[in-house]
Ligand binder design. Structure first.
Ligand code: WQD
Length: 358
């Protein structure tokens, strides 16, 4: 019996694959490389010493998705695959709605057909929009403010309706706060396409000299130093949260939502200092206008995940910065691009055109 990981070559997906393999799970990975590189598959095997089947397929291609279920005994799915850039979603809403929602519908129809009804879904704190009270608990008001966040919210509602129609489903919806850092080996990490949108990879690229200086998006917020406050969580802690949710799905049916955060908020200036400490590098920055759509403060109440899943984030901000820096220094240009994996486990769908940006 294997766990299917859609988007398993991505930042959080790859870290989750490592933890699953290290825990003894058999996994099957599917990814279209729109936001990842083939090299990641090799790195996962290097870290764990485990081989696994990889399908270079697109979830929108139902025929090739069925091939995965015909060729493997899938017992559960962790669904990461999806477009995830907030700013890009504002420019390309139709692409985001079509890709994220249709691919999830194709996946769920296929799961139903093959009677696989254990699902962990990758959602986001973006569904909370402008939070009114802190820390943010799972019953806080939901009001996504951008197409990306709305795709996550719509998919959450689709999954709730799916359970109402068939009580055999076991679904965990995980709302991530701000994942940063990298596996301690420095072999896998965050490798954004182009100029990073998110704070940590941008800081790391300034530290390594790829980017000149950080633009701090506003310092007039009602926070300790005027800059935005977020709940940064180590990507390995986040990955382990998926294993706890998967375990829970084996013995309980229904749909449950969990915030995966540390419950602590750090400002942009605090993150700059923490990274300077971890890297020994000065991070030049200049304060510019606040970014449209940004909220001042966002941090989790993670108590429900602790109570229900026995999960708690253990790694602190210093370890997050040290691990992010190790990844960046070991991989100054991220993963090798266009690397062809020559392995019997690397299965390309005949008619699948790789829609990658690089
Ligand atoms: C963090 C803080 C910025 C970049 C986003 C998505 C969310 C999730 C995580 C997918 C903010 C400031 C940032 C920069 C800056 N992704 N900043 N200069 O916006 O909290 O969340 O990523 O699920 O859905 O919305 O993360 O890293 O972009 O910003 O000053 O160059 O850093 O203003 O205060 P965000 P972020």
């Amino acid at each position: 019996m294997a766990i299917l990981i859609t988007g398993g070559a991505g930042y959080i997906g790859s870290h989750t694959c490592v933890e699953l393999l290290n825990t003894g799970y058999e996994i099957v990975v599917l990814d279209n490389f729109i936001n990842s590189k083939p090299e990641v598959i090799k790195r996962i095997t290097e870290i764990t010493g485990c081989t696994f089947k990889f399908y270079n397929h697109d979830l929108l291609d139902k025929k090739s998705l069925e091939q995965v279920f015909l060729e493997n005994d899938i017992e559960a799915v962790i669904h990461f695959a999806g477009l995830k850039a907030v700013g890009e979603s504002v420019d390309l809403p139709l692409q985001y709605y079509y890709n994220n929602i249709t691919s999830t519908l194709v996946l769920c129809e296929t799961l139903q057909k093959y009677d696989v009804k254990k699902l962990v879904f990758s959602s986001s704190a973006t569904v909370y929009g402008l939070p009114e009270r802190f820390p943010i608990s799972e019953d806080s008001p939901l009001r996504a403010l951008n197409p990306y966040g709305r795709t996550k919210l719509m998919i959450e509602e689709i999954l709730q309706d799916l359970y109402v129609s068939d009580k055999n489903w076991s679904i965990s919806i995980l709302r991530y706060f701000n994942p940063i850092g990298a596996h301690g080996s420095g072999q896998i990490g965050e490798d954004p396409n182009g100029v990073p949108n998110n704070l940590m990879p941008y800081i790391a690229q300034v530290a390594i000299g790829k980017l000149k200086e950080l633009n701090v998006f506003g310092n007039q917020y009602a926070t300790k130093d005027g800059t935005g406050v977020r709940d940064y969580i180590h990507v390995v802690d986040l990955a382990l949260g998926h294993l706890r949710a998967l375990e829970k799905n084996t013995y309980s049916k229904g749909v449950e939502v969990y915030n995966l955060g540390t419950g602590k908020g750090y400002s942009v200036l605090e993150m700059i200092s923490a990274f300077e400490e971890a890297s020994g590098k000065k991070i030049p920055y200049k304060v510019v206008d606040s970014r449209p759509g940004d909220v001042a403060v966002c941090y989790a109440d993670p108590l429900k995940a602790e109570k229900d899943l026995g999960w708690i984030a253990k790694k602190g901000i210093d370890e997050m910065c040290v691990d992010a820096w190790r990844w960046q220094t070991k991989n100054p240009y991220g993963y090798e691009i266009n690397q062809e994996i020559k392995s019997p486990y690397f299965i390309k769908s005949e008619d699948f055109l790789i829609r990658n940006k690089y």
